[in-house]
Unconditional design. Sequence first.
Length: 133
Amino acid sequence: FSLAEGMLQDYQANNLGWPLMSQSLRRLFDGVNGGPNLSWHTVTVTSPNRTADYFVPMFSGAFDVLDFDRSKIVSGPIGDIVMKACLALEKVRELDFFPLPGSDLRLVISDRIKLDIEVGKLTGIDFSLVPVS
């Protein structure tokens, strides 16, 4: 991936649909519970100022994390789409890092990981609350 302009961020936005994470951000996920099906792929990212290895989390298999009664799910010709997720506490209690069903980009992190990101002053990351029942 080549960044045409600007500085590399710890979470690098891109037009490939990949959650690109710097080594500093990737390191925060070592030892966290992302389920048994978490692996990482390395991608070289170049910018006008430098080249760096970035990491893409890859989850195989689906995560049963939704409270279906409180989530808004739309059925369409390509399958179900989660419009608004509500997580079931009993299903996510032990997880620190996972994707919302049907998306590799909508990643959920625990409060502990969020705090580590904020304390580390890692860049390029915006947070949104996900309701939990």
